[in-house]
Design a protein around this ligand. Structure first.
Ligand SMILES: [Zn+2]
Length: 56
């Protein structure tokens, strides 16, 4: 999976779930599986999701 796919699914899920709670996480698992590893990569790269910072 590419990082771009992660970003798209992440943002699309926010149309349904406005936070990063249990529901959001389980939906990410369903769609992406390995998203936690990708999130760690994104953090290491200093990459931020504007909407996610607004919600967290
Ligand atoms: Zn988010």
């Amino acid at each position: 999976m590419r990082l771009q796919d992660y970003v798209i699914v992440h943002e699309l899920l926010h149309d349904h779930v406005p936070n990063h709670g249990k529901l959001w996480k389980s939906l990410m698992q369903v769609h992406l599986g390995e998203h936690e590893q990708l999130e760690a990569e994104l953090r290491r790269g200093g990459w931020h999701i504007r909407r996610s910072t607004a919600y967290s």
